[in-house]
Design a protein around this ligand. Sequence first.
Ligand SMILES: O=C[C@H](O)[C@H](O)[C@H](O)COP(=O)(O)O
Length: 228
Amino acid sequence: MSINVKQLAAEKAVEYVQDGMKVGLGTGSTAYWAIRKLGERVSEGLKITAVATSQASEDQARELGIPLVAFGDIDSLDLTIDGADELDSKLQLIKGGGGALLREKIVASNSTRMIVVADESKSVATLGKFPLPVEIVPFAREWTVAELATLGCEPVLRKNGDELYKTDNGNYIADCHFVAIDSASDLALKLQGIPGVVEHGLFIGIADLAIIGKNDGSIEIIEGVRSI
Ligand SMILES: O=C[C@H](O)[C@H](O)[C@H](O)COP(=O)(O)O
């Protein structure tokens, strides 16, 4: 039987959740396993409240009986567990492959700690092979895409069938093909300087710990600057 490495990493991360915590629920196929495990622990008596980063995660959590609150109803969160599309050894991340980067960044930034969970294919020496998702306002999409291209990438507006893909916030996603990102922090500053950009998928200095599930069944833990 083959090992589910996403499940392995996600379930390890759920061990960090304690009674009374306010927990941020990530989005995607790895976060899915964390939410599932949390649901199990809640049914066994764990007392938490949670904030979801997408409609999909909210629906899953509700079905599992995890008590949910709106982001606006709490001051801050204790711990967020979320996946990533790429991560490097400094725990810089690319996120947003599932389109949830804006809420994910808001929730993770308002959490005392963030654990990123991933399978080993996500771990890279240099970010950028995965196209960087950038959430942009519909109003100026052509201009914003042209501005993104000046940063040295090929931006492609994400589609959902024949239509442009819309995020849970009603915005579009430009997937920016860079090949390699030499300095994630420089690029983040440039992206923030483009008015039509709502948010980008570079998470820098946000993750505290990475839990990586490996194909041989082991788990690698990488600590960020702040230890957990
Ligand atoms: O928008 C989606 C998120 O950033 C996901 O956490 C990311 O795309 C990783 O997803 P998965 O665990 O499915 O590879």
